[in-house]
Design a protein around this ligand. Structure first.
Ligand code: 5GP
Ligand code: ZN
Length: 113
């Protein structure tokens, strides 16, 4: 499948992986928008949040748990951080493999642009 994040998951494209197990991979964003900007993905190809099914409930919970642990490990948890999932064009989704952005290490504006 011609999917960038599937290729990162399969080690076919290099990435700075910060966590991985059988179901989840987390890696540094190539264009970080903050001192901490990590992508947490299920290894399973799921294009968008709109493609989630009941069988994905457990891995969706797991990517949030992994994100929280990375936030603690990076020392951004107490100050605060943002978890973002963009869906489709208006939200700015560019990679159609579900990914949770972990963004932290600086003050973040609200509402987002
Ligand atoms: P989206 O806009 O789809 O929510 O987020 C896609 C994210 O993937 C962006 O933050 C972008 O910088 C990141 N990204 C795109 N291509 C690559 C890549 O080849 N490697 C890594 N590590 N991140 C990427
Ligand atoms: Zn994929």
């Amino acid at each position: 499948m011609d999917c960038l994040f599937c290729k990162i998951s399969a080690n076919e494209i290099p990435a700075t992986v910060v966590f991985e197990n059988e179901r989840v991979v987390a890696f540094e964003d190539i264009h970080p928008q903050a001192p901490t900007h990590v992508q947490i993905i299920p290894r399973k190809h799921i294009a968008t949040t709109l493609d989630l099914g009941p069988e994905d409930r457990s891995v969706v919970g797991e990517i949030f748990e992994v994100a929280a642990q990375i936030a603690r490990d990076r020392g951004v948890a107490d100050d605060g951080f943002r978890l973002v999932v963009n869906t489709n064009t208006a939200a700015g989704q560019t990679v159609y493999h579900l990914h949770l952005h972990l963004i932290g290490g600086r003050s973040l504006g609200w509402p987002p642009g």
